[in-house]
Design a protein around this ligand. Structure first.
Ligand code: C2O
Ligand code: CU
Ligand code: CU
Length: 541
């Protein structure tokens, strides 16, 4: 457990101790506050992720039935440094099938949590893959066939944080100033039980709740000092899109989106955060007086379409209240520069794929079809960059999410300048009614069959999803010779060239300068033994 989490646990424990003589005025003030101190999921350790039904203390004085991971909702926060391997045994103790997906992580095909890989009640399966991508706030959640929405809603989700040295070196707010905020909306009955009973209208528009939980906490608050904070926001809701901002419209400096850090912070007053998306912001409390508080909310907005049946999409919601109750003043300012990213150029795109998102009858389709587990809709050559063009012809927003690759938003018909939430590496892109959004997608991590789908989980479960296959590149053989290393691939595979990088995605790749020669029917490149970790890939063209 990190010291920051210990600090929070101590604070909570202090607030719960009913020994008047030991309580400071500060703690007394906290006890008098309405609502609940925001909870933090524990850090994951060990090698098990066990999903089971539990009764959790969500509201004081009652318990709520939820689906927990290792007894916790949200599930434990997985933290991996780039270059490390992630390995876990997933145990399904539910009375339903289950598979977990690592959202935002470039996992190998059979580790990714495709619904075909779900296991039955009482079964377990192993996941193991190296995490080679740059620092990012990712997450994991149920991806069970037609049960993703209900299982995620009832709690099968958690954060998956990737760290790397480039990010650590920036000195961003850390420890108890690095705060995850997992936003989920629920419907709750008088017995304080979660209700999941989508009507026909809910199936069409997505299940929207009227109670907001932050890290599983209703009416959440957090004590802060007058310093700079890093908030890692995840919208873990099934369907609700949040427009996150402070009631006093203080600035948010956007530092990261789905796939990690932006090149530089962008100052805004609010950010749109659709289901599945993450955004990281820095917030400065140094201008706030001690003993004041400020509320983070989801601001009301229009969806741009006529929602079915008067859906509550875009309604105002309170998220969490921050009490400034320490005079400690931070000196931190947002850094001027964050982390460079490889900007994909449109010229690199080898083709454009159009995805028409439409309503047909009671369901939403992609190019007129619904998901078929066994049908692969299209193939993508490994290493290719493609333009994925989403045309939303319907009346509802669709946050479109892709497994197996990351992308960069190229354009959006409703704006000239892309908002910060559209910048950087993205895995989930919001496509509003009437919009055409073009995304440069890059598939250079893993071959195999992956899905892309709407992250409105009711839309996903009702079939707004497709399989596609990233084709296998020519096998690159790496052999070490006495004097160095030889890399080779079959002469029969035309038009590939070798590139190298110190990480697999998100950092610039450069061509290997040595010229390949044909040896035993293979293109062969000989290089000196690299001094540190080095990645190689074959790129077409
Ligand atoms: Cu977060 Cu395929 O999902
Ligand atoms: Cu995903
Ligand atoms: Cu959708």
């Amino acid at each position: 457990m990190t010291t920051s989490r210990r600090h929070f646990l101590r604070e909570t424990a202090a607030a719960l101790t009913m020994l008047p003589g030991l309580r400071s005025p500060r703690v007394l003030a906290q006890l008098a506050r309405p609502g609940n101190a925001v909870r933090f999921p524990p850090e994951w350790s060990g090698d098990q992720l066990t999903v089971a039904r539990i009764r959790a203390a969500v509201w004081p004085g009652s318990t709520t039935e939820m689906l927990a991971i290792n007894g916790s909702v949200p599930g434990p926060t997985i933290r991996v440094r780039r270059g490390e391997e992630f390995a876990a045994r997933i145990q399904n103790q539910l009375d339903q099938p289950l598979v977990l997906h690592w959202h935002g992580l470039l996992a190998p095909e059979r580790m990714d949590g495709h619904p075909r890989d779900q296991v039955g009640t009482g079964q377990s399966y192993d996941v193991r893959f190296p995490v080679l991508q740059r620092a990012a706030t990712c997450w994991y959640h149920s991806h069970t066939d037609e049960l993703t929405a209900e299982q995620a809603y009832r709690g099968v989700a958690g954060l998956f944080l990737i760290e790397d040295p480039a990010e650590s070196a920036l000195g961003l707010p850390a420890g108890d100033h690095d705060i995850p905020l997992v936003l989920t909306d629920k419907r709750v009955n008088a017995q304080r039980q979660l209700v999941y009973a989508p009507s026909m209208m809910d199936q069409m528009s997505g299940y929207i709740g009227d109670v907001m939980l932050v890290n599983g906490t209703p009416d959440a608050w957090l004590s802060v000092d007058r310093g700079l904070y890093r908030f890692r926001l995840l919208n873990g809701s099934n369907a609700r899109i949040c427009k996150v901002g402070f009631v006093d419209s203080r600035p948010l400096w956007v530092v990261a989106t789905d796939g990690g850090l932006l090149p530089a912070p962008a100052e805004v007053r609010s950010v749109m955060l659709a289901p599945g998306q993450r955004i990281e912001v820095l917030v400065d409390f140094s201008g706030s007086a001690v003993d004041t508080s400020v509320l983070l909310v989801s601001l009301p907005f229009a969806t741009g379409g006529r929602m079915m049946g008067g859906s509550a999409q875009g309604s105002a919601m309170d998220l969490i209240r921050f009490y400034v109750d320490s005079s400690t003043t931070g000196t931190g300012k947002p850094p001027a520069v964050l982390a460079p990213i490889e900007v994909l150029s449109e010229q690199r795109a080898r083709r454009t794929r159009v995805f028409t998102l439409a309503m047909s009858g009671m369901v939403h389709t992609i190019n007129g079809r619904l998901f078929d587990m066994d049908r692969v809709e299209f193939t993508v050559p490994f290493g290719d960059v493609e333009i994925w063009e989403y045309h939303n012809t319907g009346t509802e927003p669709h946050p479109m999410h892709t497994h197996g690759g990351l992308g960069q938003v190229l354009s959006r018909t409703t704006t000239v300048v892309l908002a910060p939430e559209d910048r950087g590496w993205k895995d989930t892109v919001l496509v509003n009614p009437g919009e055409i959004v073009r995304v440069l997608m890059c598939f250079e991590a893993n071959p195999g069959v992956f899905v892309h789908h709407c992250h409105n989980l009711e839309h996903e479960d009702s079939g707004m999803m497709q399989n596609f296959e990233v084709l296998r590149p020519p096998a690159l053989a790496i052999e070490s010779a006495g004097w160095g290393v030889s890399l080779s691939w079959p002469v029969s595979s035309e038009g590939w060239r070798l590139e190298t990088s110190t990480e697999t995605i998100g950092s610039p790749w450069r061509p290997v300068v040595e010229v390949p020669v044909v040896v035993d029917q293979r293109w062969t490149v000989r290089i000196a033994e690299p001094t540190g970790p080095q990645f190689y890939r074959l790129v077409k063209g």
